[in-house]
Design a protein. Structure first.
Length: 119
């Protein structure tokens, strides 16, 4: 009888360890990428490809180093976001992509281009 209880206890402990170390990881990963710095310079956004998951609030910090008026606005068309980027200052933008897919972000002339890849 005692042996059976010890075995059951061992199985429960193993199940808890598996659950804690393997199955809880995806939740932690969502928080990791919540803040992203984007540099606006020389005609490109860096990074130009940002990966995230649907429903996760994202804080994007745009730093514009390009004095050209071409770079002064960033537009996320599908998310209804259009924001002015002051030169040499960080502009914080909060976006929450609702569904998986590719969301383009561009300047108003679509010369600067980036993609929010949502899984
Ligand atoms: Cu432009």
């Amino acid at each position: 009888m005692t042996t059976v209880l010890v075995n059951v206890g061992g199985a429960v402990a193993i199940a808890l360890i598996v659950w804690w170390f393997w199955l809880t990881r995806p939740a932690a990963r969502r928080v990791e990428n919540a803040v992203i710095d984007v540099l606006v310079a020389d005609g490109v956004y860096t990074p130009a490809r940002i990966e995230t998951v649907a429903g996760q609030p994202l804080l994007l910090r745009f730093l514009r180093k390009d004095p050209s008026p071409c770079a002064e606005r960033v537009i996320f068309d599908e998310l209804g976001v259009s924001a002015e980027l002051p030169l040499n200052q960080t502009r914080e933008l909060r976006v929450t992509p609702p569904r998986p897919g590719d969301y383009l972000f561009t300047c108003q002339m679509r010369m600067y281009r980036g993609t929010l890849v949502v899984k």
